[in-house]
Design a binder for this molecule. Sequence first.
Ligand code: PMP
Length: 348
Amino acid sequence: MANRYNNILETIGGTPVVKLGKLAPEGVNLYAKIEAFNPMGSVKDRLALGIIEAAEKSGDLKPGQTVIEATSGNTGIGLAMVCAQKGYPLVVTMAASFSIERRKMMRFLGAKVIITPAPKKGSGMLAKAVELADKHGWFLCRQFENEANADFHSRTTAREILDDFADEKLDYWVTGYGTGGTLKGVSRVLKKESPDTKVVVCEPANAALLASGTEQESDAQGNPVSHPAFQPHPMQGWTPDFISKLTADSVDSGLIDQKLTVAGDDAMRCSKALAQQEGIFVGISAGGTLAAALEVAKNAPKGSNILCMLPDTGERYLSTPLFGDVSVDMNEAELEISHSTPNFHFEG
Ligand code: PMP
């Protein structure tokens, strides 16, 4: 296949599946689908293109109309790329708790970013986006319920996985959820075309909304209210403070075979292990998904093939606790190296 494209949007998807030879336990084959290979470095580039193209087709989005969305960052970054390339103005609402790299990247791509208070969480930034869209007549993406989100994953992510395991059985597919687009879109195709593949869903240990068994409630306007099982967690992009429609659909249609929870520290430890032992530089939710996949691997029969989703690049987390013990100044070991030659001493 030629590697020449008409525009950047054609490079979305087609991400590689890579074997984790060092981190996998004996006798189990562990693979990762690395979504950082998308042009803006995350799985959400797919949804951004899927939602905008579906809205263009349906006529819900008019030429030159402003697009608005509530996002923890990666959707906004993907939308900023898609809107820049296609010529739509973009406004994003985002809670102050998400990393500042994300705000700056969206603004650099030409988007306007409206910051909402961290204590109002995901549901607060969503309420603000709804209000702004109503007042100004903007196109609201509604990533948490828009079928175009799951549809794009069915058409691309799921097909790529089936192709990559065409000559190998896939025993387990492991994913977290934010909007649930990846979960719903991929798992419904796997259930049909690879029915022996078990779908494993992971969520934060301190925000285990699905495991809690408590149903999501909505306010009078039909917007989700903050779920009682939610607590803030470091896996940005995973589990917001409500169960989205796309996620609930996946539960209700029986697409999920197993649920696991992951502690924030384990997610960060696994993200670091991927970087330092496999050379794979990804974010905290990716570490979380690997942590769950390692848990699956512990009990999986010998010869099992496990695939976990790695949703984004580690570069999006420089200002977060993931890099908390990475110093700007030289550490002891580096100073010792610096001092080990006689002539050049630079450290004052
Ligand atoms: N990880 C990260 C870093 C994300 O940005 C997202 C999207 N919010 C997810 C995981 C979850 O993906 P999905 O929205 O398809 O459930």
